[in-house]
Design a binder for this molecule. Structure first.
Ligand SMILES: *[C@@H]1O[C@H](CO)[C@@H](O)[C@H](O)[C@H]1NC(C)=O
Ligand SMILES: *[C@@H]1O[C@H](CO)[C@@H](O)[C@H](O)[C@H]1NC(C)=O
Ligand SMILES: *[C@@H]1O[C@H](CO)[C@@H](O)[C@H](O)[C@H]1NC(C)=O
Length: 418
């Protein structure tokens, strides 16, 4: 006979299996920690992926880390405020690298290429698959990359020149298809290369939760009345070969009301909604539906206006709390955002990491179990570091300085391998 506890376990196991076929097959695990490796991009001229193993309790273990060259070049955008190389947030983006099952993709903004790696369970070092793959004509300064495990498609957002999105098929363990990246879906940014930002650049490309849409967030520039937008491209079978899925060449652009500088996002599992940051006020939950009859329908479900925010730009969702966490490049804290309805929306709280650490602010972040890992590139004076926060206990549990693995203020992107 089943006991209540066994029934609960069984229900959880079934729930987990149901979750396992979704868009985030490897982020639904329970427990305090479950990721095996943390990755970020140095984005230095000789670009490299840093891989840091995590121990059984999710703590970073720098001793076993690996620095693997992408064989491409990093680069910095230009800060519109200073006319100097942008740093921190050298790319004005979320997801300069991404993990999809056992594949990792990294952008090379200085050489207009993308490098694919294979992840193995026997070694923490990613294995580069062939040479970096060039982007199509007109695509320059790639800043963000998304991969769909379901459709085996990798898509890149570029912020140089016209800016836009380009996609390619890939085969896990083998590489990006020899057909390469397709024609750029242009955004008309009228940028230089490198681009001047952070405004008027591509922020983030991502697939929605059921991987039926490719989304891209693009920042406006309130100072010049340039309107930012959310772009959406449906994924459909190729005309010629029905078994091959493609990202539509033409998409739909929408400016959700009262948004200005849309930035990093996180799809809310098992829903049509996305948590999206906006550097001008905080974050919002948007439901995004792309139907063939009406096109793109975007509705704001809730809004989190963050008091005292400077530039809220990066987002992740914790499987342990079911809430969002967002970071600000100029503030050393995590802000928790409610994702459901009613009272559980808006700003739920803050986890202040000062004075425990003296990082000037946080950028890319990722969640696993009860932990959130957040990258601080520092600011040249303060070095790059990663903060590990237990969001159930609401406190910092580890802070690791990254100078020893060659990381500095250029560092971007953060992803976990499971
Ligand atoms: C920015 O700096 C570049 C060279 O460093 C210079 O050519 C350009 O005129 C400067 N732009 C502005 C707006 O000051
Ligand atoms: C932006 O739009 C406002 C209102 O339409 C106008 O007053 C302002 O002059 C515009 N600014 C620029 C730089 O075009
Ligand atoms: C870097 O950050 C530290 C800590 O927030 C701050 O004290 C320092 O002034 C910053 N340096 C620069 C160059 O911005």
């Amino acid at each position: 006979m089943f006991s209540q506890a066994m029934m609960t376990k069984l229900v959880m196991a079934v729930g987990f299996l149901a979750g396992a076929v979704g868009a985030h097959p490897r982020t639904g695990h329970a427990g305090p920690a479950n990721a095996k490796t943390l990755y970020f991009l140095t984005n230095n001229a000789e670009n490299a992926v840093v891989a840091i193993p995590l121990d059984g309790s999710g703590m970073l273990s720098l001793k076993g880390s690996a620095v693997v060259k992408t064989a491409g070049a990093g680069a910095n955008g230009i800060s519109g405020a200073t006319n100097q190389s942008a740093m921190p947030d050298s790319l004005f983006s979320q997801a300069a690298l991404t993990v999809s099952d056992d594949s990792l993709f990294a952008v090379n903004p200085g050489s207009n290429t993308v490098t694919m790696f294979s992840l193995s369970s026997s070694s923490c070092a990613p294995v580069r698959l062939g040479s970096p793959v060039p982007l199509p004509a007109g695509a320059s300064f790639p800043v963000t990359v998304a991969a769909s495990a379901r459709h085996r498609l990798v898509c890149v957002g570029t912020s140089g020149g016209t800016g836009g999105v380009t996609c390619a098929p890939f085969t896990p363990g083998t590489g990006i298809s020899s057909v390469g990246f397709d024609a750029l879906r242009p955004f008309d940014l009228q940028q230089s290369t490198p681009p001047v930002g952070p405004t008027n650049t591509v922020s983030h490309v991502l697939f929605n939760a059921d991987e039926s849409l490719l989304l891209a967030t693009v920042k406006g520039n309130p100072a010049t009345n340039k309107t930012g937008f959310l772009a959406s491209f449906p994924i459909a079978a190729s005309q010629g070969q029905k078994s091959i899925m493609m990202v539509a060449q033409s998409g739909t652009k929408t400016t959700p009301p009262n948004t200005a500088v849309l930035f990093g996002s996180a799809p809310i599992p098992h829903s049509d909604s996305v948590l999206v940051t906006d550097a001008s006020f905080g974050a919002a939950v948007l439901s995004i539906d792309h139907t063939t009859t009406t096109g793109l329908v975007v509705a704001e479900k809730s809004r989190a206006v963050i008091a005292g925010q400077k530039a809220t730009c990066w987002a992740a969702i914790s499987p342990a709390t079911g809430t969002g966490f967002v970071t600000d490049v100029a503030r050393n804290l995590l802000v928790e955002i409610g994702l459901t309805d009613g009272a559980q929306t808006g700003v739920l709280g803050e986890i202040d990491l000062s004075p425990a650490t003296s990082d000037p602010g946080l950028i890319d972040l990722a969640a696993a179990g009860t932990l959130v890992y957040a990258l601080s590139p520092g600011n040249g004076t303060v070095g790059a570091a990663i903060s590990v926060v237990d969001v159930k206990m609401r406190k910092l549990v580890q802070h690791v300085e990254l100078a020893g693995v060659g990381a500095n203020g250029n560092a971007m992107g953060l992803a976990l391998g499971f």
